[in-house]
Design a protein around this ligand. Structure first.
Ligand SMILES: [Zn+2]
Length: 244
């Protein structure tokens, strides 16, 4: 995030009736414009946890979604830390949007693992993570054509295997290459283990690359995952759109 060797604006999922911006970190709005996409055509914003690479432009995106705060519309979904704020012995997290911005969307929902939100496109279920922010979440989005699973930031746990089991598309935050583990995050080796246990998977996207990952090349790691699991794996380029 602090070097901007790669951009940190998160990603957007576009289904026929849902345009959802996920984890709008630094540069989200500018990257969206540079990619030639609308900044205002957004139906929902999802913030997985209260670390700045995932939330700093959440308020900016709320302004975009609500036409500068002139229209009450859209959905803001976030972890408990992101929406309500959360404090325990590990730290004091969020909330990541001001009281003013909380009033702008039509609905603001604080999600804990297992909670389900009904959307025009289907159901979104918050999934568990094991990460610095104890309330961090990912999601499973069940829609007409399958199940999209986004891990959020997390270490490898047994629960992830349940979340990915019937997914058709997985978006996986993988910070380090090979088996180079860092606490609270996944490495390439973890992704291979996960993907091997997901027989329905048609496509995997890897993102959230750390500096070591960028040095070895995310494309190389994607090819390795593909080779060892047989599932098409993409390391997206900044600003590019991909078919789900
Ligand atoms: Zn994090």
């Amino acid at each position: 995030m602090i070097t901007q060797k790669r951009r940190t604006g998160g990603f957007r999922i576009e289904l026929p009736n849902l345009r959802m911006q996920v984890d709008p970190g630094p540069g989200c709005l500018l990257s969206t414009r540079l990619a030639g996409r609308s900044t205002t055509a957004v139906d929902a914003i999802f913030v997985s946890h209260s670390h700045p690479d995932h939330y700093t432009e959440a308020e900016v995106l709320i302004e975009a979604m609500t036409q500068g705060g002139t229209k009450t519309k859209g959905l803001f979904l976030g972890s408990e830390s992101a929406v309500e704020g959360y404090r325990d012995e590990s730290g004091d997290y969020g909330p990541v949007i001001s009281a003013y911005h909380r009033e702008l969307p039509k609905r603001v929902v604080s999600l804990s693992p297992g909670d389900v939100v009904r959307l025009p496109a289907g159901h979104l279920e918050a999934t568990p993570t094991d990460h610095g922010d104890p309330t961090g979440i990912g999601f499973r989005l069940e829609y007409d054509d399958g199940v999209i699973y986004y891990t959020g930031d997390t270490a490898l746990t047994d629960e992830l295997f349940d979340c990915i089991e019937d997914a058709t598309v997985a978006i996986i935050n993988v910070v380090r290459p090979g088996s180079d583990r860092i606490r609270g995050h996944l490495c390439t080796h973890d992704v291979i283990e996960l993907v091997r246990e997901a027989p329905e998977l048609e496509r995997v996207f890897i993102t959230h690359f750390g500096m070591k990952m960028i040095r070895v090349g995310p494309g190389r790691e994607a090819r390795r995952i593909e080779r060892e699991t047989g599932v098409e794996t993409i390391a997206p380029k900044d600003g590019r759109a991909y078919e789900l």
